[in-house]
Design a protein around this ligand. Structure first.
Ligand SMILES: Cc1ncc(C[n+]2csc(CCOP(=O)(O)OP(=O)(O)O)c2C)c(N)n1
Length: 611
């Protein structure tokens, strides 16, 4: 066998069924071997970044390790965004990069670049193959590292001659891995579990704050059982969507910058935060000094570096969410919190998500219709921007691994390739018959729309909803709120006609301008067996609310941009106010003075921003 055949045999031993990538000079030996086999589905993408996000989407939807390949030099550097994205969102992935032949390394050879060095800060681990016979061990270790502990990307850089060189010995794939100093799955200490149980028993206003760590170990069932056992409300991060069923009586939905008012208020009022698989991200905490001031913290995380990183935890627990939740279920007695939950129910009723209904087609309305049509059964991927936040707010995935978005890096161009990867995972039998929708913006979609060719060529039927507001909407919203509407670099009015673009790639494209066309368009797309792009021409003035400005606290939350809904009798009361408009205006005035002066725009100061 030559090195390339050894590599493919090793990948098969790992159970790989799909690889996304683009060929090139240095990786030719591996593509040559790929062409001679049919066990691994080799999907040729149109850009290496697309391939990387497909591997991520595949991994996030299935829980398996996503596999991606690119050639040396520009092929490898095109992978860098996807590798960073996988690193930030702890997505189990292996990236194979071609490298120039060993004798040429360090000589500025054609398409040489030090991808090993470039990616050093953004991988969980990396390898450069120096001996063909090392390939099975390297592959075994790479997959083990990618999927265990806090998952993440692993790079294997393969010089061209390593793929070509013959190896005379018998192929042997290691059965197990032992890596000195790497013991990622230590069981949580019993004393910590007992200490947590004590805090839970004492708490009167607890809240479960859960994130990707729950989805990534498929611990949604355990979370549901535990939340119900201790009668504790649950709020999820952006990447935690799907970890807890939307619509459940204990669901507070997403928290943070664009989270629900009731989730943020509940967090502020809580006396105990049970944080599971979350990292107290700044989009959640805003100003960490003012965040949840009265709460003790139990923090469960598979990565000990996260414990106490942002917020001191009275009980830090090093362990994976599934095992720790099972330990909690054994040890923690059942409880009720009637008074606390009744208060939260009132807040939910007083301050639901809402939006201005008048005028042009609203993106929120499209999401509501998508929710109705799919019943939360579909996998939804998103890009980055306002549409991402609307999707997180209005789409309630029924299942774990069903809301796939770029959270940490916030990568525009992620959504459609990630959707293709997720759908490939479904087609490969890991989640058969699951529909995949990509909700994207007109800016984001243009960053990787070339992958329509991949979707159509390989018959990967993803449905795409472009919420087309002819602008970089999220940037526009910030310029509206914080830069006195000095529009700069946001106008996408010269967008192509996306429906025609879809047709140019032999997909189906439809443009929708009115509310009454939305439901039918979605239904038709669901019935269509191929790739469908729905180009929704939406209102550019529809902004994302609630909003807690970056670095600020819940006191500065703008509840509703439309002026339709003020949380009367709501949270303001608990803070000595009367919960009415004046109360909220006062909060906004605080936001425009002192430390915050100059950050809110003139409209807001003049009281013209409707609240
Ligand atoms: C690759 C990349 N470049 C720039 C940004 C900064 N950014 C964040 S949101 C956004 C606008 C997104 O516009 P669009 O995709 O049209 O979505 P919308 O906000 O209009 O829904 C930009 C430019 C980013 N997140 N990613």
């Amino acid at each position: 066998m030559d090195g390339a055949e050894i590599l493919l045999e090793s990948l098969k031993q790992e159970g790989c069924d799909t690889l996304f990538g683009i060929s090139g000079g240095a990786i030719l030996p591996i593509y040559d071997a790929l062409g001679k086999q049919s066990d691994i589905w080799s999907i040729l993408t149109r850009h290496e970044q697309g391939a990387g996000h497909m591997a991520e989407g595949y991994a996030r939807a299935t829980g398996r390790v996503g596999l991606c390949i690119g050639t040396s030099g520009p092929g490898a550097t095109n992978l860098v965004t996807a590798i960073t994205d996988a690193f930030m969102d702890s997505t189990p992935t292996v990236f194979l990069s071609g490298q120039v032949a060993s004798p040429n390394i360090g000589k500025d050879a054609f398409q040489e670049c030090d991808i090993f060095g470039i990616t050093m800060p953004i991988v969980k681990h990396s390898y450069m193959v120096k001996n063909t016979q090392d390939i099975p061990r390297i592959v075994k270790e790479a997959f083990h590292i990618a999927r265990t502990g806090r998952p993440g990307p692993v790079l294997i850089d393969i010089p061209k001659d390593m793929g070509e060189r013959e190896f005379q010995g018998a192929f042997e794939y290691p059965e197990s891995v032992t890596l000195r100093g790497y013991q990622p799955d230590a069981p949580a200490a019993d004393e910590q579990i007992r200490a947590a149980a004590k805090l839970i028993a004492e708490a009167k206003q607890p809240i479960l704050y859960v994130g990707n760590g729950v989805n990534s170990v498929d611990a949604a069932d355990e979370l549901l059982a535990f939340a119900e056992k201790i009668n504790c409300p649950v709020t999820t991060t952006l990447l935690g969507r799907g970890a807890f069923p939307g619509g459940h009586a204990l669901a507070l939905d997403m928290l943070g910058m664009h989270g629900t008012a009731y989730a943020n208020w509940a967090m502020h009022e809580s006396d105990l935060i049970i944080a599971i698989g979350v990292r107290f991200d700044d989009r959640v905490t805003g100003n960490p000094k003012q965040w949840a001031p009265n709460a003790k913290v139990i923090h469960v995380d598979i990565d000990p570096a996260e414990l106490g990183k942002i917020r001191f935890a009275q009980v830090p627990i090093w362990g994976d969410a599934k095992s720790v939740l099972n330990q909690f279920l054994e040890v923690v007695p059942a409880k009720t919190h009637h008074e606390w939950n009744a208060r939260l129910d009132k807040w939910k009723a007083d301050a639901p998500l809402t939006y201005e209904k008048e005028g042009k087609l609203k993106p929120q309305f499209v999401l509501q219709e998508l929710q109705k049509a799919t019943q939360g059964e579909a996998i939804m991927t998103t890009d980055v921007g306002q549409h991402q936040m609307f999707a997180a707010q209005y789409y309630n995935p029924k299942h774990t691994r069903s809301f796939i978005t770029s959270g940490g890096l916030g990568t525009m161009g992620y959504g459609y390739p990630a959707a293709l990867g997720a759908k490939v995972g479904c087609l490969q039998g890991h989640r058969p018959d699951t529909d995949v929708w990509c909700v994207t913006g007109d800016g984001s979609f243009q960053m990787n729309l070339q992958e329509l060719a991949t979707g159509v060529l390989y018959d990967i039927p993803v449905k795409i909803a472009v919420l087309n507001n002819s602008s970089l909407g999220m940037v526009r919203q910030w310029q509206k709120l914080f830069y006195s509407k000095r529009w700069s670099g946001i106008d996408l009015a010269k967008c192509p006609d996306f429906a025609k673009v879809a047709e140019a790639y032999s997909a189906t494209g439809v443009t929708i301008t009115h509310e009454d066309e939305v439901a039918d368009a979605i239904r038709e797309a669901q019935k269509n067996p191929g790739t469908v792009l729905l180009n929704f021409l939406t209102d550019a003035e529809a902004d994302v609310y609630p909003m807690i400005p970056g670095g600020k606290s819940v006191h500065e939350m703008v509840v509703d941009g439309s002026g339709n809904k003020i949380p009367v009798g709501g949270w303001g009361k608990t803070h000595g106010g009367n919960g009415n408009v004046a109360d909220i205006k006062e909060a906004l005035e605080t936001a425009t003075s002192g430390d915050y002066a100059g950050e809110w725009n003139d409209d807001l100061k003049a009281g013209q921003l409707k609240i």
